[in-house]
Design a protein around this ligand. Structure first.
Ligand code: HEC
Ligand code: HEC
Length: 139
């Protein structure tokens, strides 16, 4: 009888340990991406996925890689410091985002016929190039 009680007690300790570890497993949060710390134009509550998707669109629209606008990390030059403003092109990018938003809001709300709004994007002008080509008028 005594033995059985002892085994019972040990078993319940084990059960508790298992329950506790299951609990702490549940508590473990999914790996969180770092929150952006230096957004001045894009919405501060933008999700990580949306932010990266926007950035990838920039890459495609301009035919560049992330390093075109972003500076390398001072601590680890093998990495990029996305929050840094050291690369001047990032500031040009900010101005371009603002300009594009403004053009869409002011001129592409289709208030003239009430049909759904259309939008221009970086690609509209850049078409995969760093600098949109100037089309020279022929006389
Ligand atoms: C055409 C320029 C441009 C390119 C190319 C670009 N970015 Fe950005 N990125 C920006 C600008 C501008 C901001 C800041 C936006 C703001 O201030 O709201 C930014 C912000 C970010 C941030 C937020 C940093 C913080 O903590 O505030 C991350 C992360 C980021 N970019 C990642 C990337 C990645 C990854 C790529 C490549 C896939 C990339 N960017 C390509 C212009 C660019
Ligand atoms: C209405 C047309 C237009 C749109 C839309 C546009 N751009 Fe531009 N962008 C230009 C022109 C024109 C230049 C060249 C300006 C100059 O040389 O002074 C340029 C230059 C740039 C540069 C500097 C390139 C370099 O070689 O240094 C960056 C970066 C840039 N744009 C990013 C963007 C991003 C990001 C978007 C979308 C959010 C965007 N642009 C949308 C017209 C546009």
């Amino acid at each position: 009888m005594k033995h059985i009680k002892k085994i019972g007690a040990i078993a319940s300790v084990f059960a508790m340990a298992i329950a506790l570890s299951a609990f702490s497993f549940q508590q473990e949060k999914p790996k969180e991406e770092p929150r952006p710390t230096n957004l001045k134009v894009l919405p501060k509550n933008i999700s990580h996925d949306e932010l990266i998707a926007t950035m990838k669109e920039f890459n495609v629209a301009l035919g560049v890689k992330c390093g075109f606008c972003h500076a390398l990390s001072k601590e680890d030059p093998k990495k990029m410091d996305f929050a840094s403003d050291e690369n001047h092109t990032k500031e040009v990018g900010r101005a371009m985002i603002k300009m594009t938003q403004k053009i869409n809001k002011k001129y592409f709300n289709r208030s003239w016929d009430g049909s759904p709004a259309k939008a221009i994007s970086c690609k509209t002008c850049h078409g995969g190039k760093e600098n949109p080509e100037m089309v020279l008028a022929k006389n």
